[in-house]
Design a protein around this ligand. Structure first.
Ligand code: AMP
Ligand code: TRP
Length: 480
């Protein structure tokens, strides 16, 4: 599991059991001394008693009306060997996985083993689906994403609301490309329904959609490995799940969102959509059973809310979709405007001098960087709080020159004595070279624009079956 770090290895009778510090996604139940105890529960953060299944399912299964969740009482499989257990109910689908992660109590760790070994362990302990007592009861809880422990599904969206910026590139696109190299299942989409929240001109929006697709391809998004689709092509699924989610989302949470506060100040009409925007975003993610969401830092809050909504849904209606994780770049998660280091570089910014656009010519880049705001201190230092503009330029240089693993003081030392002018010159150079192939590829694509339609059509074909399945399950869960 990619985000698990190995803590230690130990020999178990049937298996080498690896202890991982990781998310735990196995679900199963054990009846201890007549008292049903949830054996394996945590979606992540093993310390938290976070239930994934509707207790009523368990209650009807066990013929008991007093099922409670317990946390921290079990130590891996050892409780199973204590003899007090009468029944184990496991979701059958876990046996289809390559790896199973079991919770261990009191520690932030999980054991990993292969499914066959779990069968052997259970059989040895007398838990066997054939025998009467103690019993192993296979039960299909109908998880839509039973393979999720072994597979990551990546999703992310971008609004076709303006020319794509260096912020989009460094905050999101670079990371999308990295995920494509790492994982097999990658979904990216144009969040055009989200773009409607700021009431764009219809003809502009249509153009932007095409331009955004071409820019993404020009950035090197490998569409053999990734699915790229337009949100509104599957808008029925997205908006229906968003509606279901909206019924579970406390209104007050939406008002706390920074993006809502900022954007609503700029709008003459504050549409309801501007406020409910993160609910649609949660639906975008959950609809594809996604586990990992590469986004820039500005989306952190939205992702947190998405996680809350998915947890709430799973808790109330039974496990239906994974709780996704944000994947936010460490080095430069929020690229700031060139003219105001306290503001993010944004494609909707009216001041175009604050943004480096991915299709800017070398002259434009050079002009904007030359004019970029700095301060009067000639020594260049990373200092986010007191020198946001210089920090922004240094960080851009650091990432774009491929030196992001170096400590900040190495970059400071490199620019020692060169001053802001030297930094700007070198930054311009590296920006021009990074963006040159993107601009060239874009211009090439612009001559054959029918490729956009082909890409989007293929995207829908690949995305729709998953959206359809999740929505059907979610509707069934809520009683529709
Ligand atoms: P948007 O342009 O708002 O649709 O954003 C698309 C993606 O780019 C999201 O993952 C954002 O978090 C990311 N992004 C946009 N602007 C920036 C920025 N200035 N710095 C870092 N990431 C950004
Ligand atoms: N809200 C995101 C932005 O403005 C775009 C977006 C919409 C998104 N739905 C998403 C990003 C789902 C990731 C996952 O940048």
């Amino acid at each position: 599991m990619s985000d698990a770090s190995l803590l230690r290895e130990k020999n178990y009778s049937h298996n080498v059991v690896y202890e991982y510090d990781c998310r735990n996604l196995v679900r199963g139940f054990v009846l201890k001394g007549g008292k049903p105890t949830l054996l394996l529960i945590a979606e992540e953060n093993l310390g938290s008693p976070e239930a994934l299944l509707d207790l009523s399912i368990l209650e009807s299964l066990l013929g008991s009306s007093s099922v409670t969740y317990e946390d921290g009482v079990l130590d891996g499989l050892s409780l199973v060997s204590q003899g007090a257990v009468e029944q184990v109910i496991l979701d059958e689908s876990i046996f289809d996985r390559e790896r199973i992660y079991l919770k261990t109590a009191g520690r932030s760790s999980a054991v990993e083993l292969n499914p066959e070994d779990l069968r052997k362990v259970l059989a040895d302990l007398g838990f066997d689906s054939e025998s009467d007592k103690p019993r192993l009861i296979p039960y299909d809880f109908g998880y839509a994403a039973s393979e999720q422990t072994t597979k990551q599904r990546v999703i992310s969206g971008i609004q076709p609301s303006g020319d794509m910026t260096l912020g989009n590139y460094l905050g999101a696109i670079i990371n999308w490309k990295k995920q494509i190299e790492k994982y097999d299942e990658n979904f990216f989409f144009l969040a055009d329904l989200h773009s409607l929240t700021v009431l764009p001109d219809p003809a502009d929006l249509r153009d932007r959609i095409r331009q955004t697709v071409m820019t993404l391809i020009a950035c090197g998004l490998d569409l053999k490995q990734a699915v790229l689709f337009r949100q509104s092509d599957l808008g029925g699924y997205h908006s229906e799940l968003a509606w279901i989610f909206s019924c579970l989302t406390p209104e007050g949470r939406l008002e706390q969102m920074t993006q809502f506060k900022e954007k609503s100040q700029k709008q003459q009409i504050i549409g309801t959509g501007l406020k409910t925007y993160p609910i649609l975003m949660a639906a975008d993610i959950a609809l594809y059973q996604s586990t990992l969401v590469p986004v820039g830092d500005d989306q952190r809050q939205h992702l947190e809310l998405c996680r809350e909504i998915v947890r709430r849904f799973n808790h109330r209606y039974g496990y239906t979709m994974p709780v996704p994780k944000a994947d936010i770049p460490k080095a430069l998660a929020r690229v700031k405007s060139l003219t105001d280091g306290t503001k993010k570089m944004s494609k909707s910014d009216e001041n175009r001098d604050g943004c480096v656009y991915l299709l800017d010519s070398p002259d434009e880049i050079s002009r904007k960087v030359k004019r970029a705001k700095t301060d009067s201190d000639p020594t260049l230092r990373f200092d986010e709080d007191n020198r946001p503009e210089v920090t922004n330029l240094l960080s851009m240089f650091k990432v774009l020159s491929g030196r992001d693993s170096e400590p900040n003081d190495a970059i400071e030392a490199y620019f020692n004595g060169k001053g802001a002018k030297g930094l700007k010159e070198e930054l311009t150079e590296v920006l021009v070279e990074t963006l040159r192939p993107i601009r060239e590829k874009y211009n090439e694509l612009a001559t054959t624009s029918e490729q956009v339609d082909v890409v989007l059509k293929q995207g829908v074909e690949r995305a729709e079956p998953i959206a359809k399945k999740t929505l059907a399950l979610a509707k069934q869960r809520v009683g529709l």
